[in-house]
Write a protein that binds this ligand. Structure first.
Ligand SMILES: NC(=O)c1ccc[n+]([C@@H]2O[C@H](COP(=O)([O-])OP(=O)(O)OC[C@H]3O[C@@H](n4cnc5c(N)ncnc54)[C@H](OP(=O)(O)O)[C@@H]3O)[C@@H](O)[C@H]2O)c1
Length: 278
């Protein structure tokens, strides 16, 4: 009889993390979901909800220690918790920019350090890091978010080479625009981050309207992304990068291989929205 596998998922109170928790549980895994709003994490047979703030070392240690004490092993860690500390670069305080990195990057780094000794001893394990197409592509008002996801990608690729000899892999998933609370949180942060008399107010209004209409047209669902997380966690020969759609893959390809063309397309979109850019 094969024992059920153990997965830890951060950011499991909403969106993709919650959908992934439900999918892994339905597939017979023992699932540990962590988030600050623990009351929003579904529970059930083999599903455990733990309070977790990935920016807090004590909380990270408690999360992983609980799993290891109860299960004595861990097969997959999904570093999914994340948000957009969006706003104009000139206006976003460095304290908030650091908070962005503490959540999207250092949280994942610390949790990974906490599981690696056990995964090495087991001679198996997988770290699935949820980045974004915005880890390669970029758009105005998203600088610190893009920077944090780009950092996560470089870090994951480096880790993958370091831990492969121990039977462990580190994989990146790059979602594109997906229906969840992410966009509303990012837009709320843009407004919070605007300084009094900011010269970027008109730009923010323009982007806000356009982002809202873009969000309405988003077709990817959190359930679609949960399936991608599952493939990244279980494929016997995992890829370095996982995408939900061909268009997400294409955006990343153009941003990486044709940076001038990518920049032109960003400027063209802004012009279409009515922004006077060269
Ligand atoms: N939706 C998109 O369009 C999109 C596109 C590309 C990439 N992504 C990435 O996909 C991942 C999931 O996003 P989503 O769309 O599912 O967003 P979401 O619906 O806003 O969910 C984000 C989750 O992260 C958790 N979280 C945030 N800060 C946390 C912290 N300090 N400690 C622990 N948990 C924290 C939230 O839980 P609590 O508030 O309860 O802590 C929530 O469960 C993120 O990394 C995001 O950057 C999203």
């Amino acid at each position: 009889m094969t024992l059920p596998k153990i997965v830890a998922i951060t950011g499991a109170s909403n969106g993709m993390g919650k959908a992934a928790l439900e999918l892994f549980a339905a597939q017979g895994w023992i699932v540990y979901g962590g988030a600050r709003h623990v009351e929003n994490i579904p529970t059930g047979t083999n599903v455990h909800a733990l309070k977790l703030d990935v920016t807090d070392s004590t909380s990270n240690q408690h999360f992983i220690q609980t799993i290891l004490t109860e299960q004595n092993r861990i097969d997959v860690l999904i570093n999914n918790a994340g948000y957009g500390e969006n706003g104009p670069i000139e206006d976003v305080s460095l304290a908030n920019a650091r908070k962005q990195f503490e959540t999207n990057f250092f949280g994942a780094a610390e949790l990974t350090q906490l599981v690696l000794p056990t995964m090495r001893a087991q001679k198996s394990g997988r770290i699935v890091n949820i980045s974004s197409i915005g880890g390669d592509a970029y758009s105005p008002l998203g600088a610190y978010y893009h920077a944090s996801k780009a950092a996560l990608q470089q870090w994951s690729d480096t880790l993958d080479i370091e831990v492969q000899p121990f039977g462990i892999r580190s994989i990146i998933v790059q979602p594109g625009g997906t229906q969840s609370a992410w966009g509303a949180t990012a837009m709320e942060n843009v407004r919070k981050n605007l300084q009094p008399n900011s010269p970027y107010v008109d730009f923010v209004d323009l982007m806000g309207k356009s982002l809202d209409s873009d969000a309405q047209g988003m077709s990817a669902t959190v359930e679609d992304l949960a399936k991608v997380f599952y493939a990244a966690a279980t494929d016997s020969k995992p890829k370095r990068r996982y995408f939900n759609s061909l268009s997400d893959r294409l955006i990343v390809y153009v941003a990486r291989a044709h940076p001038k063309l990518f920049r032109k397309s960003v400027l063209k979109t802004l012009k279409r929205w009515g922004k006077d850019v060269k």
